[in-house]
Design a binder for this molecule. Structure first.
Ligand code: FVH
Length: 282
Protein backbone atom coordinates (compact mmCIF):
# COMPACT_ATOMS: atom_id res chain seq x y z
CA UNK A 1 0.00 0.00 0.00
CA UNK A 2 1.06 3.58 -0.66
CA UNK A 3 0.33 6.45 1.74
CA UNK A 4 -1.48 8.40 -0.95
CA UNK A 5 -2.56 8.21 -4.59
CA UNK A 6 -2.50 11.15 -6.99
CA UNK A 7 -4.83 11.18 -10.00
CA UNK A 8 -3.81 13.61 -12.73
CA UNK A 9 -0.22 14.47 -13.58
CA UNK A 10 -0.70 17.75 -15.37
CA UNK A 11 1.35 20.74 -14.28
CA UNK A 12 -0.39 20.89 -10.90
CA UNK A 13 -0.87 17.17 -10.21
CA UNK A 14 2.82 16.54 -10.94
CA UNK A 15 3.81 19.32 -8.51
CA UNK A 16 1.53 17.85 -5.82
CA UNK A 17 2.94 14.34 -6.29
CA UNK A 18 6.51 15.72 -6.22
CA UNK A 19 5.77 17.56 -2.94
CA UNK A 20 4.50 14.31 -1.40
CA UNK A 21 7.64 12.48 -2.54
CA UNK A 22 9.76 15.34 -1.13
CA UNK A 23 7.98 14.71 2.19
CA UNK A 24 9.05 11.07 2.17
CA UNK A 25 5.58 9.63 1.43
CA UNK A 26 4.93 6.51 -0.59
CA UNK A 27 2.94 7.71 -3.59
CA UNK A 28 1.01 5.94 -6.34
CA UNK A 29 0.30 8.06 -9.40
CA UNK A 30 -2.05 7.76 -12.37
CA UNK A 31 -2.57 9.85 -15.47
CA UNK A 32 -5.04 9.35 -18.31
CA UNK A 33 -2.38 9.46 -21.02
CA UNK A 34 1.11 8.02 -21.00
CA UNK A 35 4.31 9.97 -20.73
CA UNK A 36 3.66 12.12 -17.66
CA UNK A 37 4.60 9.67 -14.91
CA UNK A 38 8.27 8.97 -15.79
CA UNK A 39 9.88 11.79 -13.71
CA UNK A 40 7.84 10.77 -10.66
CA UNK A 41 8.52 7.05 -11.20
CA UNK A 42 12.24 7.89 -11.34
CA UNK A 43 11.83 9.40 -7.87
CA UNK A 44 10.14 6.28 -6.46
CA UNK A 45 6.44 6.75 -7.20
CA UNK A 46 4.47 3.64 -8.13
CA UNK A 47 2.58 4.03 -11.42
CA UNK A 48 -0.93 2.58 -11.63
CA UNK A 49 -2.37 1.40 -14.94
CA UNK A 50 -5.88 2.62 -14.10
CA UNK A 51 -7.47 5.17 -11.82
CA UNK A 52 -9.23 2.36 -9.94
CA UNK A 53 -5.90 0.63 -9.31
CA UNK A 54 -4.42 3.89 -7.97
CA UNK A 55 -7.36 4.55 -5.65
CA UNK A 56 -7.20 1.01 -4.26
CA UNK A 57 -3.44 1.37 -3.64
CA UNK A 58 -3.81 3.95 -0.84
CA UNK A 59 -6.24 5.06 1.90
CA UNK A 60 -6.48 8.56 0.45
CA UNK A 61 -6.50 9.92 -3.11
CA UNK A 62 -5.65 13.45 -4.19
CA UNK A 63 -7.47 14.30 -7.44
CA UNK A 64 -6.25 17.16 -9.64
CA UNK A 65 -7.74 16.98 -13.12
CA UNK A 66 -8.68 19.64 -15.63
CA UNK A 67 -12.34 19.98 -14.57
CA UNK A 68 -15.28 18.41 -12.80
CA UNK A 69 -16.40 16.43 -15.86
CA UNK A 70 -12.98 14.73 -16.00
CA UNK A 71 -13.22 13.95 -12.28
CA UNK A 72 -16.67 12.41 -12.66
CA UNK A 73 -15.44 10.28 -15.60
CA UNK A 74 -12.42 9.10 -13.64
CA UNK A 75 -13.53 8.34 -10.09
CA UNK A 76 -14.59 4.89 -8.95
CA UNK A 77 -16.26 4.06 -5.65
CA UNK A 78 -14.09 2.49 -2.95
CA UNK A 79 -15.98 2.45 0.37
CA UNK A 80 -13.91 3.61 3.36
CA UNK A 81 -11.55 5.59 1.10
CA UNK A 82 -10.92 9.34 1.38
CA UNK A 83 -11.04 11.64 -1.66
CA UNK A 84 -9.36 15.04 -1.64
CA UNK A 85 -10.47 16.86 -4.77
CA UNK A 86 -8.23 19.80 -5.68
CA UNK A 87 -9.70 20.25 -9.16
CA UNK A 88 -11.06 23.73 -9.81
CA UNK A 89 -14.86 23.54 -9.62
CA UNK A 90 -17.99 25.44 -8.66
CA UNK A 91 -19.52 25.18 -5.18
CA UNK A 92 -22.45 23.23 -6.66
CA UNK A 93 -20.12 20.73 -8.32
CA UNK A 94 -18.22 20.28 -5.05
CA UNK A 95 -21.43 19.70 -3.08
CA UNK A 96 -22.69 17.27 -5.68
CA UNK A 97 -19.46 15.26 -5.65
CA UNK A 98 -19.46 15.24 -1.84
CA UNK A 99 -22.99 13.81 -2.00
CA UNK A 100 -21.87 11.11 -4.41
CA UNK A 101 -18.92 10.23 -2.15
CA UNK A 102 -21.17 10.04 0.92
CA UNK A 103 -23.46 7.69 -1.01
CA UNK A 104 -20.45 5.44 -1.66
CA UNK A 105 -19.41 5.62 2.04
CA UNK A 106 -16.30 7.58 1.09
CA UNK A 107 -14.94 10.57 3.04
CA UNK A 108 -14.60 13.75 0.97
CA UNK A 109 -12.65 16.98 1.19
CA UNK A 110 -12.85 19.67 -1.45
CA UNK A 111 -9.94 22.01 -2.00
CA UNK A 112 -8.94 25.14 -3.85
CA UNK A 113 -5.27 25.64 -4.55
CA UNK A 114 -4.00 29.20 -4.23
CA UNK A 115 -0.65 28.66 -5.91
CA UNK A 116 0.87 28.02 -9.30
CA UNK A 117 2.79 24.73 -9.66
CA UNK A 118 6.30 26.05 -8.81
CA UNK A 119 4.91 27.47 -5.53
CA UNK A 120 3.65 24.08 -4.28
CA UNK A 121 5.43 23.15 -1.04
CA UNK A 122 6.70 26.69 -0.53
CA UNK A 123 5.59 29.04 2.29
CA UNK A 124 3.77 31.21 -0.28
CA UNK A 125 1.31 28.45 -1.23
CA UNK A 126 -2.01 27.96 0.55
CA UNK A 127 -4.93 25.66 -0.08
CA UNK A 128 -8.57 26.08 0.98
CA UNK A 129 -10.25 22.94 2.29
CA UNK A 130 -13.88 22.27 3.15
CA UNK A 131 -15.66 19.15 4.35
CA UNK A 132 -15.59 17.24 7.62
CA UNK A 133 -12.98 18.67 10.01
CA UNK A 134 -12.01 15.23 11.32
CA UNK A 135 -11.24 14.04 7.78
CA UNK A 136 -8.93 17.01 7.34
CA UNK A 137 -7.24 16.30 10.68
CA UNK A 138 -6.65 12.67 9.69
CA UNK A 139 -4.76 13.78 6.57
CA UNK A 140 -3.27 17.06 7.78
CA UNK A 141 0.29 15.72 7.64
CA UNK A 142 -0.02 14.82 3.96
CA UNK A 143 -1.93 17.91 2.91
CA UNK A 144 0.45 20.29 4.68
CA UNK A 145 3.08 19.24 2.10
CA UNK A 146 1.30 21.35 -0.52
CA UNK A 147 1.13 24.63 1.42
CA UNK A 148 -0.61 26.23 4.37
CA UNK A 149 -3.97 24.64 5.11
CA UNK A 150 -6.89 27.11 5.21
CA UNK A 151 -9.96 25.25 6.50
CA UNK A 152 -13.12 27.14 5.60
CA UNK A 153 -15.89 24.94 6.96
CA UNK A 154 -17.88 21.72 6.82
CA UNK A 155 -19.99 22.71 3.79
CA UNK A 156 -18.05 21.07 0.92
CA UNK A 157 -18.80 24.03 -1.38
CA UNK A 158 -16.96 26.54 0.81
CA UNK A 159 -13.46 25.88 -0.55
CA UNK A 160 -14.66 26.44 -4.12
CA UNK A 161 -16.40 29.72 -3.15
CA UNK A 162 -13.20 31.01 -1.55
CA UNK A 163 -11.09 29.81 -4.48
CA UNK A 164 -13.37 31.48 -7.05
CA UNK A 165 -13.63 34.70 -5.03
CA UNK A 166 -9.84 35.00 -4.91
CA UNK A 167 -9.56 34.17 -8.61
CA UNK A 168 -12.18 36.84 -9.37
CA UNK A 169 -10.06 39.43 -7.58
CA UNK A 170 -6.93 38.16 -9.34
CA UNK A 171 -8.48 38.40 -12.80
CA UNK A 172 -9.73 41.90 -11.97
CA UNK A 173 -6.18 42.89 -11.16
CA UNK A 174 -4.70 41.26 -14.26
CA UNK A 175 -7.48 42.66 -16.46
CA UNK A 176 -6.74 46.15 -15.21
CA UNK A 177 -3.02 45.63 -15.60
CA UNK A 178 -3.38 44.33 -19.17
CA UNK A 179 -5.48 47.32 -20.21
CA UNK A 180 -3.02 49.69 -18.51
CA UNK A 181 -0.19 47.98 -20.41
CA UNK A 182 -2.04 48.36 -23.73
CA UNK A 183 -2.64 52.06 -23.03
CA UNK A 184 1.03 52.65 -22.17
CA UNK A 185 2.20 50.77 -25.26
CA UNK A 186 -0.23 52.68 -27.46
CA UNK A 187 1.40 55.88 -26.23
CA UNK A 188 4.88 54.45 -26.93
CA UNK A 189 5.76 53.93 -23.25
CA UNK A 190 7.53 50.64 -22.39
CA UNK A 191 5.41 48.67 -19.92
CA UNK A 192 8.40 47.33 -18.01
CA UNK A 193 9.51 50.88 -17.22
CA UNK A 194 6.12 51.79 -15.75
CA UNK A 195 5.55 48.46 -14.00
CA UNK A 196 7.22 49.45 -10.69
CA UNK A 197 4.84 52.42 -10.48
CA UNK A 198 1.83 50.24 -11.32
CA UNK A 199 2.86 47.75 -8.65
CA UNK A 200 3.43 50.53 -6.10
CA UNK A 201 -0.03 51.92 -6.83
CA UNK A 202 -1.77 48.53 -6.62
CA UNK A 203 -0.08 47.79 -3.29
CA UNK A 204 -1.12 51.20 -1.93
CA UNK A 205 -4.72 50.70 -3.08
CA UNK A 206 -4.88 47.17 -1.66
CA UNK A 207 -4.46 48.90 1.72
CA UNK A 208 -8.07 50.07 1.34
CA UNK A 209 -9.45 46.52 1.15
CA UNK A 210 -9.99 45.93 4.92
CA UNK A 211 -12.03 49.14 5.17
CA UNK A 212 -13.94 48.33 1.97
CA UNK A 213 -14.73 44.82 3.26
CA UNK A 214 -16.01 46.22 6.56
CA UNK A 215 -18.14 48.79 4.71
CA UNK A 216 -19.74 46.07 2.54
CA UNK A 217 -20.48 43.81 5.54
CA UNK A 218 -21.95 46.73 7.54
CA UNK A 219 -23.70 48.20 4.46
CA UNK A 220 -22.27 51.58 5.50
CA UNK A 221 -20.73 53.34 2.51
CA UNK A 222 -19.99 56.74 4.02
CA UNK A 223 -16.90 58.50 2.68
CA UNK A 224 -15.22 61.85 3.13
CA UNK A 225 -12.54 61.29 0.49
CA UNK A 226 -13.23 59.62 -2.85
CA UNK A 227 -16.94 59.78 -3.59
CA UNK A 228 -18.54 57.79 -6.40
CA UNK A 229 -19.69 61.02 -8.14
CA UNK A 230 -16.08 62.18 -8.53
CA UNK A 231 -14.98 58.75 -9.78
CA UNK A 232 -17.88 58.52 -12.24
CA UNK A 233 -16.69 61.81 -13.82
CA UNK A 234 -13.01 60.79 -13.97
CA UNK A 235 -13.52 57.24 -15.18
CA UNK A 236 -14.64 58.06 -18.77
CA UNK A 237 -11.26 59.72 -19.34
CA UNK A 238 -9.52 56.36 -19.29
CA UNK A 239 -12.11 55.04 -21.74
CA UNK A 240 -11.75 58.09 -24.01
CA UNK A 241 -7.93 57.92 -23.98
CA UNK A 242 -8.12 54.23 -24.88
CA UNK A 243 -10.61 54.76 -27.72
CA UNK A 244 -8.52 57.63 -29.09
CA UNK A 245 -5.72 55.06 -29.46
CA UNK A 246 -8.05 52.50 -31.03
CA UNK A 247 -7.94 50.13 -28.06
CA UNK A 248 -10.70 47.70 -27.15
CA UNK A 249 -12.32 48.82 -23.93
CA UNK A 250 -14.19 45.62 -23.09
CA UNK A 251 -12.08 44.90 -20.03
CA UNK A 252 -12.69 48.27 -18.43
CA UNK A 253 -16.18 49.33 -19.53
CA UNK A 254 -18.20 47.45 -16.86
CA UNK A 255 -16.74 49.49 -13.98
CA UNK A 256 -17.65 52.71 -15.79
CA UNK A 257 -21.23 51.45 -16.29
CA UNK A 258 -21.50 50.56 -12.62
CA UNK A 259 -20.22 53.96 -11.47
CA UNK A 260 -22.76 55.66 -13.74
CA UNK A 261 -25.58 53.48 -12.40
CA UNK A 262 -24.53 54.19 -8.81
CA UNK A 263 -24.85 57.95 -9.41
CA UNK A 264 -28.22 57.47 -11.18
CA UNK A 265 -29.46 55.53 -8.17
CA UNK A 266 -28.52 58.35 -5.79
CA UNK A 267 -25.24 56.96 -4.43
CA UNK A 268 -23.05 59.82 -5.72
CA UNK A 269 -21.80 60.76 -2.26
CA UNK A 270 -21.01 57.18 -1.27
CA UNK A 271 -17.77 55.25 -1.13
CA UNK A 272 -16.79 52.90 -4.00
CA UNK A 273 -17.87 50.00 -1.74
CA UNK A 274 -21.49 50.86 -2.59
CA UNK A 275 -21.00 49.25 -6.01
CA UNK A 276 -21.16 45.85 -4.29
CA UNK A 277 -24.80 46.54 -3.45
CA UNK A 278 -25.54 47.13 -7.15
CA UNK A 279 -24.00 43.75 -7.99
CA UNK A 280 -26.48 42.18 -5.55
CA UNK A 281 -29.22 43.83 -7.54
CA UNK A 282 -30.31 46.10 -4.63
N1 FVH B 1 -1.70 25.26 -13.09
C1 FVH B 1 -2.16 26.29 -12.39
O1 FVH B 1 -1.56 27.36 -12.36
C2 FVH B 1 -3.46 26.23 -11.59
C3 FVH B 1 -3.24 26.62 -10.17
C4 FVH B 1 -4.48 26.50 -9.30
C5 FVH B 1 -5.20 25.18 -9.52
N2 FVH B 1 -5.40 24.93 -10.93
C6 FVH B 1 -6.33 23.82 -11.19
O2 FVH B 1 -5.68 22.54 -11.08
C7 FVH B 1 -6.32 21.61 -11.96
C8 FVH B 1 -5.27 20.94 -12.85
O3 FVH B 1 -4.59 21.96 -13.55
P1 FVH B 1 -3.22 21.66 -14.31
O4 FVH B 1 -2.45 22.92 -14.31
O5 FVH B 1 -2.58 20.45 -13.77
O6 FVH B 1 -3.79 21.38 -15.80
P2 FVH B 1 -3.09 20.57 -16.97
O7 FVH B 1 -1.62 20.70 -16.91
O8 FVH B 1 -3.78 21.01 -18.22
O9 FVH B 1 -3.45 19.04 -16.67
C9 FVH B 1 -4.77 18.56 -16.76
C10 FVH B 1 -4.85 17.16 -16.22
O10 FVH B 1 -6.21 16.70 -16.34
C11 FVH B 1 -6.18 15.46 -17.07
N3 FVH B 1 -7.41 15.26 -17.79
C12 FVH B 1 -7.99 16.10 -18.67
N4 FVH B 1 -9.16 15.58 -19.13
C13 FVH B 1 -9.29 14.37 -18.55
C14 FVH B 1 -10.28 13.35 -18.61
N5 FVH B 1 -11.37 13.48 -19.38
N6 FVH B 1 -10.10 12.23 -17.86
C15 FVH B 1 -9.00 12.09 -17.09
N7 FVH B 1 -8.01 13.02 -16.98
C16 FVH B 1 -8.17 14.15 -17.69
C17 FVH B 1 -4.96 15.58 -17.96
O11 FVH B 1 -4.63 14.28 -18.41
P3 FVH B 1 -3.83 14.10 -19.81
O12 FVH B 1 -4.36 15.15 -20.78
O13 FVH B 1 -2.38 14.30 -19.51
O14 FVH B 1 -4.16 12.72 -20.24
C18 FVH B 1 -3.96 16.18 -17.00
O15 FVH B 1 -3.46 15.22 -16.11
C19 FVH B 1 -7.36 22.39 -12.78
O16 FVH B 1 -8.64 22.19 -12.22
C20 FVH B 1 -6.89 23.84 -12.60
O17 FVH B 1 -7.93 24.78 -12.75
C21 FVH B 1 -4.16 24.87 -11.70
Amino acid sequence: MSDVAVLGLGAMGSALAAALLDGGHHVTVWNRSDGRSAPLAARGAAVAATAAEAIRAAPVTVVCLIDDAAVRETLVAVPGHTLVNLTNSTPAQARDLAGWAAGQRMAYLDGGIMAVPPMIGSPAAFVFYSGAADTLERHRGLLARFGTIEYVGADPGRAAVHDLALLTAMYGMFGGFLHAAALLRAEGIPVAGAEPLLTRWLIAMSGALPQTAAAIDADDHTTTTSAVRMQALAYPHLLDASRERGLHTGLVEPMGELLKRAVEKGHGDADLSVLATLLRGN
